[in-house]
Ligand binder design. Structure first.
Ligand SMILES: [Zn+2]
Length: 281
């Protein structure tokens, strides 16, 4: 009886794999297998099933290449979808999406930012944070956004936000929700906190600022902070509440002074140039 099973199967397989006539794009080779007219590799192969030779369909080279290409295209589409999604959640302010290396002047601040991105693996492994400080209009947020966009383009999760926004969102939350919200920042390989120092300075606000900074510290993941505050102020704060925030920041971040040409002024200059040309002044 046990011998009967393979016989039954063999009959079924024979009917399934009966050698077929060559199709329009096929021809029969000297080995009896069908070949693809296009790539001249077989569209059939011989396999042993229950001790018998069977001829089964297989993919010729051009079909294999087409499948590999389709897989590559699907992966590319999926990757682009993932990047779009990462950008939508990581950078909520639309204008920041346009701040990238492609539109940046090639100054020393931008070169530093490019190296930060190039060395990202090391930056992350060594948890190398940055404190970008400098006067208003020097382009600290621009530099940070360039880094954010370049990493997001590589599929690396980045969140660029600021404390005004964080405090605003936390305002409507219960303490348990607040905790989860702060913990959710650990989902981002890089956290960028823009414009430290412009948020409210109430006891509650400073408590939350410390909670966010401290959570990042515990996560062991890098953070980039931008601020208009003077580095001396950060190193020697007057107030205890600020002192514990700033000392945590200095533990995580290397201060880098951003001195770049005033971007807003230079945009102003470009505009003036355009106006001159348009109005033929
Ligand atoms: Zn082929």
């Amino acid at each position: 009886m046990s011998d009967m099973v393979p016989e039954v199967l063999n009959a079924a397989l024979d009917s399934l794999f009966t050698p077929k006539e060559p199709g329009e794009q096929e021809y029969q080779g000297v080995d009896g297998l069908l070949y693809c007219r296009n790539c001249h590799t077989p569209v059939q192969c011989r396999v042993k099933l229950w001790g018998r030779d069977k001829i089964v369909p297989c993919l010729c080279r051009c079909q294999q290449e087409a499948m590999a290409e389709k897989k590559r295209q699907d992966e590319l589409v999926e990757r682009q979808r993932k990047i779009r999604q990462l950008k939508a959640t990581g950078i909520q302010e639309k204008h920041l999406l346009e701040w990238n290396f492609g539109v940046a002047e090639d100054n020393k601040d931008i070169q530093m930012a490019k190296r930060y991105v190039e060395q990202w693996k090391k930056v992350k492994a060594e948890n190398l944070g940055l404190l970008l400080w400098g006067d208003v209009g020097t382009g600290k947020s621009f530099v940070a956004a360039c880094i954010a966009n370049a990493l997001l383009d590589q599929g690396i999760p980045v969140l660029m936000t600021n404390f005004s926004k964080i405090l605003n969102q936390m305002g409507a939350m219960y303490s348990e929700e607040r905790y989860r919200y702060i913990a959710s920042f650990s989902n981002y390989s890089l956290l960028i906190l823009d414009d430290l120092g412009i948020e409210r300075s109430t006891e509650y606000a400073l408590e939350q600022v410390y909670a966010v900074i401290d959570e990042r510290y515990k996560s062991g993941l890098p953070v980039i902070i931008t601020t208009n505050l003077k580095i001396a102020e950060i190193r020697n704060p007057q107030d205890v509440a600020y002192a514990r925030i700033y000392s945590r920041i200095l533990e995580m971040c290397t201060p880098v002074q951003i001195s770049g040409e005033d971007r807003r002024k230079s945009i102003g200059k470009e505009k003036q140039q355009v106006v001159k040309e348009v109005l033929d002044l």
